[in-house]
Design a protein around this ligand. Sequence first.
Ligand code: ZN
Length: 239
Amino acid sequence: MIRVGIYNENVHEKLDENVAMVYPEGIHGQLAAFLGAEEDMEIVRCYTLETINDITEEELTGIDVMLWWGHMAHHKVEDEAVQKVKNAVLMGMGLIVLHSGHHSKIFRSLMGTTCNLTWREDGDFERVWVVNPAHPITRGIGRFFYLPEVETYGEPFAIPEPDEVVFIGGYEGGEVFRSGCTFHRENGRIFYFQPGHETFPIYYDPNVQTVIKNAVRWANPVFRSQALDCPHVEKPGKD
Ligand code: ZN
């Protein structure tokens, strides 16, 4: 079983009734619903802004892959919690950063750049194009999938060169965006996925769900170190 943890700040859902109508159980509730229905996945815990700052190292060792959705309240996630999550990634935990999570402290810290982009909220359509059909995250997706209404994210996306670009989004206005990118940081695998604006029912879309399920399986760690240390060791013998 892949042990999945989810963070969603859960602020828009409380402040905006339109968002609450789309996600009555919160964005985390919808993510948990479709991931928890998979036979090889178990939702160990959903965190919100009310609980993320109390996350412990012990809890993180019990999570194989963490999903991260935030927007308005990135600055309210305390640095100490971010450092714990970052250490868990460096030791091997998988991390999937969704949509406006591009500006989260955890993503910026792992990338080392601003992660700025251009954006427009006009409800344009998006075609999410597969540019790497041999990548496991694209399994079950055709040449592209179509989302009728999204928030447009455009280049330049101020990230370091990704290890792999898996999807490129193309929008009604002609903008393009590296909508699906992978990164490796020490032992941890990271996937950034652009769709997911809170006022549109993006996480009900079957193709979006397929991508996120694939990404959880891809990010599931094959190795986790027990500590972030730099030990002195003796010269090895012949056997
Ligand atoms: Zn958005």
